[in-house]
Design a protein around this ligand. Structure first.
Ligand code: NAD
Length: 252
């Protein structure tokens, strides 16, 4: 019997795939037979991630690009180039993102725009060409990266929960719109996960957040990546419009 998590023959794009959660998603997809193109922000980080993956398994079919995700034309060109090179696109993971914890009275308009540009607009820019390709080939799957703050909000840095509420809105709405094209649209909502994003938060903030996690610890990037594997796989063939929390019950 075929392993229902097997992604052999599938082609995936993972934005923000050079480190953290995105890198683990790329590994997980490669381990399960997919071909993957990871998107990063700079050539050096893309090259470094590719070298690390190739060192782990030189037979993995993995490539890297670094389009400016806040530029719709560049994103479209990159997505089209994946289809040109690999002949199809089955899985789009919108994972690149930044967080903020600026108090309201210190916010600048530029800072707010910056998070909306990457966490929201770039998601739309990637979905647009990807969904057209998926529709043409008879189906596909889109997985966005939300956050537990899309349910609970957070006490500072309002741009971050605002962006993730928008990601949920995109996810739920497009699941309804694209079902007829056999495109599933879901999101993973991680809680506190041990990546650079968390390392860059003030220590006392991480400790405070961790103490409030009912499961008693932050998540590992690989644990979050498992949810992306499930949602991309045949095991989730009837799962769409879902925001899957992977947070040790932290949002409750
Ligand atoms: P990370 O900082 O370790 O990695 C972020 C990734 O996004 C990197 O690959 C980076 O290259 C990419 N990126 C950042 N800015 C970019 C830009 N301007 N253009 C292109 N790529 C850019 O972060 P992470 O913790 O792995 O976060 C990944 C996703 O998970 C984000 O969407 C984040 O909001 C979400 N998330 C993380 C946590 C957490 O605790 N780590 C919790 C909830 C949600």
């Amino acid at each position: 019997m075929k392993n229902p998590l097997d992604l052999t023959g599938k082609v995936a794009v993972v934005t923000g795939g050079t480190r953290g959660i995105g890198f683990e998603v790329v590994r997980k997809y490669l381990q399960n037979g997919a071909k993957v193109v990871l998107f990063g922000s700079r050539q050096e980080s893309v090259d470094k991630a590719l070298a690390k993956l190739k060192a782990e398994n030189e037979t993995w079919e993995v490539d890297g690009l670094y389009p400016d995700l806040t530029n719709a034309q560049e994103v479209e060109k990159a997505i089209l180039s994946v289809k040109e090179k690999f002949g199809r696109l089955d899985i789009l993971v919108n994972n690149a993102g930044i967080s903020q914890n600026t108090p309201l009275y210190q916010y600048t308009i530029e800072e707010f725009d910056q998070i909306i540009d990457l966490n929201v607009k770039a998601v739309f820019y990637a979905i647009l060409p990807a969904a057209k390709i998926m529709k043409e080939q008879g189906g596909g799957c889109i997985i966005n990266t939300s956050s537990m703050v899309s349910i609970s909000g957070q006490p500072a840095g309002v741009g971050y929960p605002a962006s993730k509420f928008a990601v949920n809105g995109i996810t739920i709405s497009l699941a309804r719109e694209l079902g007829k094209d056999h495109i599933r649209v879901n999101a993973v909502a991680p809680g506190v996960t041990k990546t650079d994003m968390v390392a860059s938060l003030p220590e006392e903030m991480v400790a405070r957040i961790s103490a409030q996690i009912p499961y008693g610890r932050p998540g590992e990037p690989a644990e979050v990546a498992d949810a992306f594997l499930f949602l991309a796989s045949d095991l989730a063939s009837y799962v769409t419009g879902e925001i899957l929390s992977v947070d040790g019950a932290a949002k409750s």
